[in-house]
Write a protein that binds this ligand. Sequence first.
Ligand SMILES: Nc1nc2c(ncn2[C@@H]2O[C@H](COP(=O)(O)OP(=O)(O)OP(=O)(O)O)[C@@H](O)[C@H]2O)c(=O)[nH]1
Ligand SMILES: [Mg+2]
Length: 329
Amino acid sequence: MIAKTTLVTGFLGSGKTTTLLHLLAQKPAGERWAILVNEFGEIGVDGALLAESGAVLKEIPGGCMCCVNGLPMQIGLNTLLQRSAPDRLLIEPTGLGHPKQILSLLTSPIYESWLSLQATLCLLDARQLGDPRCRDNENFRDQLAAADIIIANKQDRYAPEDRALLAAWEREYGGGRSMIPATRGEIDLSLLDAPRLNLRELPAGRHHHRHDAPGAGLAALRLPGNTGWRRALNQGQGYHASGWIFDGDTLFDTVGVLEWARLAPVERVKGVMRIAEGTLLVNRQGRDLQIETRPAPPPDSRIELINPAPADWNALQSSLLRIRLCLPD
Ligand SMILES: Nc1nc2c(ncn2[C@@H]2O[C@H](COP(=O)(O)OP(=O)(O)OP(=O)(O)O)[C@@H](O)[C@H]2O)c(=O)[nH]1
Ligand SMILES: [Mg+2]
């Protein structure tokens, strides 16, 4: 069985997971789908969002991107292909990663009899074209350069100037590729069968850290004692992340979590938290905060913050700990 494989790229918060959820909701009964997801942060939240989507899921923990895109990605891919023999495989790499390594992995001869790579779909929030931190980011640019089809997502949020930026980008860099407008990642399933046409050679992504530099790469911190939670820090690609994971018994104050997520002085917040009513999902990109509740409680609570500059993680942690309702014994 050869898995039809689609790489869904796009910068941080552009709507990759939302798009996967939309595609999964259209999965024909009887087909077996698998998802491989890799996040920048060590405390994966996208996996929890995709967990009940009806596909076999494999998460690659965050960490240093040049390392994660190598062996861990390959091991995750092999496990998925061998154990679940999917009809279709969808891959969401981190929004802060460079597409070159994952594309060379997927097109390497060892996978020829396992998967057939279809068009790469790149999610673009056109508002990011007006933000120099995105526009000048090599990974942002190369994700777009490597795409076969660009999904101009979040159309509901565009101002006229964002549309103008998008049109200018398309004129200069589009190269005749399809640009599909979308809201909430609502794209047609047939895009998964579009062929891969863009075979341009990308420059290799630069490594943005040295492995021997203090504090570089992943630094997971297990706190002493039976505290029922732990924190993991990560940095690389010009971004910093801090994530917290709490055991399933820890209950959070709903309003407290919403305020914390709204006010945290960071670019990106993603969380799946246990509240008295079940599960609270929080997802913030810039100032856009989306929330959702589900009646079933999550197996654990996890929340991740990502920012271009380091934030005061300890202060954020103290306020997060204060909004727990039940403290474990
Ligand atoms: N208003 C609006 N919000 C959207 C749209 N698509 C996605 N979002 C929201 O944007 C936020 C980020 O979406 P995700 O799907 O998590 O983005 P992502 O690219 O997977 O993010 P990372 O994995 O962190 O890079 C979420 O709060 C989504 O609900 C859209 O079309 N319009
Ligand atoms: Mg995602």
